[in-house]
Design a protein around this ligand. Structure first.
Ligand SMILES: [Zn+2]
Length: 267
């Protein structure tokens, strides 16, 4: 019996799933994707994620403020004050709700002043350490700064996932040395991702997890469609293919990693 597949990064709370969430959840289950992490991006998710988790069997809730939230109209006027206010808001909610992870959090080249982003990221990384749950990182063109903060501040005991990894061999080595897992998604299935597949073939399996990032970034052959957790099987198949490893063994290894990160933290 194959181990359940874990989709470690979904946004099923997104309005694009409002009309058919039950069908989406059933399709995932039919294809062996039995566990899903619901990942937060802003304060609306403080209510939407728990409500969605109740409707999706096998799902668990993460809460976080995405760095791009600082681009909001209310935040742009005074990003430093917004970072402090958002950090305080998520701290209050997460201490009460006890999510299974804090995320997605991180740094993004498009997200406005770096000092406000850094402040918001460090507040939430500290929150994950305090709650003893893993952190889910989002990072776009700010890798060196993110890695330096993680090295200086420290990871939560249950580690972290660097979501949507598609970086270099050096980045992978640095993340693994820090104890951060690499989240692999639809990019692994794209025709031009030769370098990523070559790299993933060589990395320790225990350092890897898989994800859809639905509704975005659908894998082949669904590219351009709304993404959903059932399509994780395409990412999983690509991972097994590039590593030339047995599917049951890969599924079991991935499930062990996710159980250690999320379940022990949650119970
Ligand atoms: Zn995401």
């Amino acid at each position: 019996m194959a181990a359940p597949l874990w989709d470690t990064h979904t946004h099923l709370q997104d309005e694009s799933f409002a009309g058919d969430l039950a069908e989406v959840a059933a399709r995932a289950r039919d294809r062996g994707v039995e566990r899903m992490v619901l990942v937060g991006v802003d304060e609306r998710d403080f209510a939407r994620i728990p409500a969605t988790a109740e409707r999706v069997p096998g799902s668990i809730a993460a809460l976080g403020i995405h760095p791009l939230r600082l681009r909001g109209d209310d935040a742009r006027a005074d990003p430093a004050a917004a970072a402090a206010r958002l950090g305080e808001a998520i701290g209050e909610v997460a201490r009460r709700m006890r999510p299974a992870a804090i995320g997605e959090i991180g740094l993004d080249a498009e997200a406005g002043p770096d000092d406000a982003q850094v402040r918001l990221f460090r507040l939430q990384l500290a929150l994950a350490r305090e709650l003893d749950v893993p952190a889910l990182f989002h990072c776009r063109r700010r890798f060196g700064e993110l890695a330096a903060i993680v090295r200086r501040d420290g990871l939560p005991r249950r580690g972290a996932i660097y979501h949507a990894f598609s970086g270099s061999r050096e980045m992978a080595a640095e993340l693994i040395a820090l104890g951060v897992r690499l989240g692999l998604g639809g990019a692994l299935t794209y025709g031009n991702a030769v370098r990523l597949r070559d790299l993933v073939a060589e990395l320790p399996l225990a350092a890897l997890v898989i994800e859809t990032d639905c509704p975005d970034l659908a894998p082949e052959p669904h590219r351009g469609e709304r993404n959903e957790p059932a399509y994780l099987v395409e990412v999983f198949a690509a991972l097994c293919r590039v590593r030339a490893e047995d599917e049951d063994a890969v599924a079991a290894a991935l499930a062990r990693t996710c159980e250690a990160m999320f379940e022990a933290a949650h119970e």
